[in-house]
Design a protein around this ligand. Structure first.
Ligand code: GLU
Length: 395
């Protein structure tokens, strides 16, 4: 019997990243020796200095509702961070703290998008962007790229994708899933196109900002002509190993921040008060305090790339940040491996799961059907073992 669910939820795909993580968990529960390289979740513990701040908050009886848009002290701390790391001048009334950057993005989409609006998604893009746009009844328009251009789009491609209905672009650098970081010059070239289309807002998702290896990421809002049209999204999950704490935030024009607060006030209210108090300590901490994690990710990136390059059929580039590699595995399409026909990236990812016990995510979910995403937010031992198994399963 079919259940009378809304068209809204029926039109929504399941999050591919979370679905694969759940599947890996389930198989593990059945006793299978699964190595999970599907989820973008640091395998580090939250640093002690942040945990101490949370414990202090509990002991100081932070247990009531916080203001819907976050504690003033946290919003002030976020303004300090924006100035220090990004050269951005936001005021506390331009900041909204949410239950993870995912909610921040959903808020922005809900308050700015109408039915029929078009949202540009440079592909590959994070799985939830398309779903969040769909949930807002907007249409998403992919701008494709490939590994040959390090997964970057060009200003000409951007220009060609814009129509009178274009309302927003979701931009993400360092990028999930490719790890690509756009240079300041590349940002400025894209901004030149956007300057000609003042109706377009930019959602700049900078959640992987601190996870960069050689290139310091830039911010869209740092371009003067873009500041009043940009919503800068960030959060604590990735750089501070705080995925489960659920703290994200935006810096935005005040009218957009106000609308997001109104939306949040009807849906979730303020973010968890303990996590917010800990977040004050985290965002104000010198970046050097979390550098040991970034250094470790860099070591792992180099190991993963080196090992994947030894496997025939894997085309690999060198990502500048985040903790993913996004190899093109289309060389396997149309082939049979040990009797299993591989027609697409989904087949490939499933084959790896079933024959190597390694969980990855198919590139289809990210708008890049020739690739799979491998997260290296796992220990070096696990990474080496996983890639060894993949190599054997493909040989
Ligand atoms: N953002 C992470 C990922 O891409 C966490 C899972 C999710 O929310 O999608 O794996």
């Amino acid at each position: 019997m079919s259940h009378p669910l809304s068209d809204r939820i029926n039109s929504l795909p399941v999050s591919a990243t979370l679905a694969m993580a759940a599947k890996a968990r389930e198989l593990k529960g059945q006793g299978k020796d699964i190595i999970g390289l599907s989820l973008g979740e640091p395998d580090f513990n939250t640093p002690d200095f942040i945990k101490v701040a949370a414990i202090e908050a509990i002991n100081q009886n932070y247990n009531s509702y916080s203001p819907v848009d976050g504690y003033l002290e946290l919003k002030e701390a976020i303004c300090v961070k924006f100035k220090r790391d990004n050269g951005l001048d936001y005021k506390p009334n331009q900041i909204v703290v949410s239950t993870g950057a995912k909610q921040s993005i959903a808020n922005v989409a809900q308050v700015l998008l109408n039915k029929g609006d078009e949202v540009l998604l440079p592909a590959p893009y994070w799985v939830s962007y398309s779903a969040i746009a769909t949930l807002s009844e907007a249409t998403f328009v992919e701008i494709p790229s490939s590994i040959d251009t390090d997964f970057k789009i060009t200003p000409a491609q951007l220009e060609a994708a814009i129509t009178p209905k274009t309302k927003m672009i979701f931009f993400n650098s360092p990028n999930n899933p490719s790890g690509t970081i756009y240079s300041e010059a590349e940002y400025r070239a894209l901004a030149e196109v956007l300057e000609k289309h003042p109706q377009i807002f930019i959602l700049s998702d900078e959640i992987y900002e601190h996870v960069n290896y050689d290139t310091k990421p830039f911010s869209f809002a740092a371009i003067e002509s873009m500041f009043d049209r940009t919503i800068t999204v960030n959060g604590l999950a990735k750089a501070f190993a705080m995925t489960g704490w659920r703290v994200g935030y935006i810096g935005a024009p005040e009218w957009i921040a106000k609308a997001c607060t109104k939306m949040q006030g009807q849906v979730t209210s303020g973010t968890n008060c303990i996590a917010q108090r800990a977040a004050i300590t985290a965002v104000l901490a010198p970046v050097e305090k979390i550098q040991y994690m970034v250094d470790e990710f860099k070591t792992r990136r180099d190991i993963v790339i080196g090992l994947l390059r030894e496997i025939d059929g894997f085309k690999v580039n060198v990502p500048d940040g985040a903790f993913y590699v996004f190899p093109d595995i289309s060389a396997f399409f149309g082939k049979s491996i040990n009797g299993t026909k591989i027609n697409n990236a989904n087949d490939f990812s499933l084959y790896i799961l079933e024959n190597a016990n390694v969980a990855t995510v198919t590139g289809d979910a990210f708008g890049a059907p020739n690739c799979i995403r491998i997260s290296y937010a796992a220990s070096e031992i696990q990474i080496r073992e996983a890639i060894k198994r993949i190599k054997i399963a493909l040989s």
